[in-house]
Write a protein that binds this ligand. Structure first.
Ligand SMILES: Nc1ncnc2c1ncn2[C@@H]1O[C@H](COP(=O)(O)OP(=O)(O)O)[C@@H](O)[C@H]1O
Ligand SMILES: [Mg+2]
Length: 297
């Protein structure tokens, strides 16, 4: 599915004292099968933007086109496209209400009018995809699960819809680091298997780095950067200006640069950070460098 966001502006509670401009003329395009990150500080408009892409909000001005059709329109063509966009809200488990895990995951597919065998197959597949063994989880009560398990059930419910576009709004918020890494690896595998478009909203820049090829940075309802992951996340100065902390590796290399080590800073993977330091360390044997090294340890 081709996504085009055109001069999109969204104002909440327009004309009231609570009026809030959330998006100010956003334009961007996301081709089929792309993996794109959307980041920015709290309140920058990330959730509002992705709700527009899912066709859940009506623009104040501008529009979102899904394969050329306005996403929010009340037409059968628009509805068919919206059905192909799966949006996992922040804390999706807050919207669970079924009595068993399998019913919860089956909720969406049932509303697509699929037959019982197809639904059962999708439920098993989706639970396996998020790392929950269907045999031990299917009949359990969602509310008796741990926070991480509930999050997985909620994500399985969206994967079971087999969306062509999957939007994850802060999918790991509130989870421990190990659970976060595991869930992201599984979603990454799901994307590779299905070739769907993946839109990941997060302000954890280090975890975004391995997931997406492009990052769109929002600040105050506007796009302040849009480019390859490495160039957007490797620019600590711009990230700080937008109100975000750079990934730890970038921050470390920047600190070394500030101390006089001419290392590059657009390095995101921790092993590459180590190689960059090692490369510089062993290639520079002049006395000035030696003295910096001696003073650094
Ligand atoms: N339902 C709402 N009603 C009024 N204002 C809202 C609503 N949702 C979000 N906002 C405001 O819109 C702006 C953008 O919010 P949001 O899209 O949630 O940003 P983010 O997801 O980046 O934190 C913020 O100023 C927020 O307070
Ligand atoms: Mg948000």
């Amino acid at each position: 599915m081709h996504i085009r966001v055109e001069s999109l502006t969204h104002i909440y509670a327009r004309g009231t004292p609570a009026e809030r401009v959330a998006l100010r003329g956003i334009t961007l395009e996301i081709g089929p099968g792309k993996r794109v990150g959307i980041s920015g500080p709290t309140g920058s408009g990330k959730s509002t933007l992705v709700q527009h892409i899912a066709g859940l909000l009506t623009p104040t001005s501008g529009q979102v086109l899904l394969d050329g059709v306005p996403a929010h329109a009340r037409t059968p063509e628009a509805r068919a496209r919206r059905h192909q966009v799966g949006l996992a809200f922040q804390f999706p488990e807050a919207q669970m209400f079924e009595l068993t895990v399998s019913r919860e995951v089956a909720f969406g597919p049932r509303h697509l009018g699929l037959n019982a065998d197809e639904i059962a197959g999708r439920v098993r597949w989706a639970l396996e995809m998020v790392g929950l063994d269907p045999d031990s989880f299917a009949e359990r009560e969602p509310f008796a699960l741990s926070g991480g398990e509930m999050r997985r059930v909620a994500l399985a419910g969206i994967l079971a819809l087999k969306p062509r576009v999957l939007i994850l709004d802060e999918p790991t918020a509130g989870l421990d680091p190990r659970g976060r890494a595991d869930i992201l690896a599984r979603l990454r595998a799901w994307q590779a298997e299905t070739g769907a478009t993946l839109i990941l909203v997060s302000h954890h820049l280090d975890e975004m780095a391995g997931m997406v090829d492009r990052v769109v940075l929002l600040a105050n309802g506007q796009v302040v950067a849009d480019g390859p992951t490495r160039s957007v996340l490797g620019d600590g100065y711009r990230l700080r200006a937008a109100g975000l902390s750079p990934p730890p590796g970038v921050a470390l290399l920047e600190a070394l640069r500030a101390a006089g080590w001419p290392v590059r800073t657009d390095v995101l993977d921790i092993e590459d950070v180590v190689s960059e330091i090692a490369r510089w360390f062993f290639n520079h044997k002049d006395t000035k460098t030696r003295s910096i090294i001696n003073h650094s340890f």
